[in-house]
Design a protein around this ligand. Structure first.
Ligand code: NAD
Length: 282
């Protein structure tokens, strides 16, 4: 039906996710009949349920699509007919659209970070950025930074092999961006000072306080982005703000990934301000 949204979120431990409310509130505000289900694979009633069975059930029930989160973003790819260019580049899917018997996988985390960056750090110097964290989210963020015009990207991760692998992946997928990995941030900042820093490690989360970078390396003329959004004001964001840096908190990526997913599910534009207002209610 054109006047409805039937979708859901598959993941583990998703009870606090803000995605369902953002999707539902936006759909209702647009006058759509809406069902958006939290399909928590940790729930006792799904103890026997596998990911393939869950995706089959959603498709058979006539869902428009699914959001996919931890730990299924890679596993779901094997269940799909087609991938968007971004999903293929990143190797992870967070949005599935069911259309004409086909299952199409998208990665709206990539566009979500890029759009948040373009809107929240307009005009930022993109000659050289440092990305902290080369895990699942870091892969999407690295590609997004290249799409935002970052000319040189240095990647740091406590797991050096991950940083190396991501540098190679982005170099292949986004040849306009020069990439490298580093194991020594202090040496990097002394030799080739970056214009901006992005945190895609879990450091700064309420349960993992702290920062993945030495505060002394952060200078007032750098922009600083975090993708951690619980809490919204991470130690990195508050340190950078106090230094006078332009900052971008993690809520933007979370909101814009949902904006793009809504558009893919419904074919209708979403109102980012309205979705942000729903996100902020928490
Ligand atoms: P992940 O576990 O896949 O990857 C985290 C990476 O960070 C790992 O490679 C790890 O080695 C590295 N790391 C950890 N501590 C480090 C440190 N001190 N210095 C350098 N590297 C370090 O996790 P993920 O799925 O990539 O998610 C990372 C964080 O991003 C999550 O905790 C979540 O808060 C946030 N996130 C936000 C959004 C959003 O929409 N804003 C979306 C996804 C994830």
């Amino acid at each position: 039906r054109e006047d409805s949204l039937l979708a859901g979120l598959i993941g583990r431990g998703i009870q606090l996710s803000r995605t369902p409310l953002m999707q539902m509130a936006e759909a209702r505000a647009q006058g759509l009949f809406t069902v958006y289900k939290k399909l928590d694979m940790d729930a006792p009633e799904r103890a026997e349920m596998t990911l393939p069975a869950m995706v089959d059930a959603a498709e058979a029930a006539g869902f428009d699509g699914l959001n996919i989160t931890y730990p299924f973003k890679i596993e779901v790819i094997g269940l799909l007919d087609e991938l968007s260019d971004n999903a293929r580049a990143v190797g992870a899917v967070n949005t599935v659209v069911f259309r004409d018997g086909q299952r199409i996988g998208h990665n709206t985390d990539l566009w979500g970070f890029a759009e948040s960056f373009r809107r929240g750090l307009e005009g930022a110097d993109t000659r050289h950025a440092v990305l902290l964290g080369a895990g699942g989210a870091g892969v999407a963020v690295a590609h997004a930074l290249a799409d935002c015009g970052v000319k040189a990207l240095t990647i740091f991760d406590t797991d050096a092999a991950r940083a190396e692998a991501l540098a190679a992946l982005v170099a292949g997928n986004r040849p306009g961006c020069k990439t490298r990995a580093t194991t020594d941030l202090a040496a990097l900042f002394a030799a080739d000072r970056p214009c901006g820093i992005v945190n895609a490690t879990p450091m700064g989360m309420a349960k993992l306080p702290g920062m993945a970078i030495d505060a002394d390396l952060i200078a007032p003329d750098m922009w600083v982005a975090d993708i951690v959004y619980f809490p919204l004001e991470t130690q990195l964001i508050s340190t950078a703000r106090a230094r006078g840096c332009r900052v971008l908190p993690g809520s933007g990526m979370a909101v814009y990934q949902a904006v793009r997913a809504f558009e893919l599910f419904t074919g209708r534009p979403a109102d980012p301000n309205r979705m942000k207002a729903t996100f902020d209610v928490f």
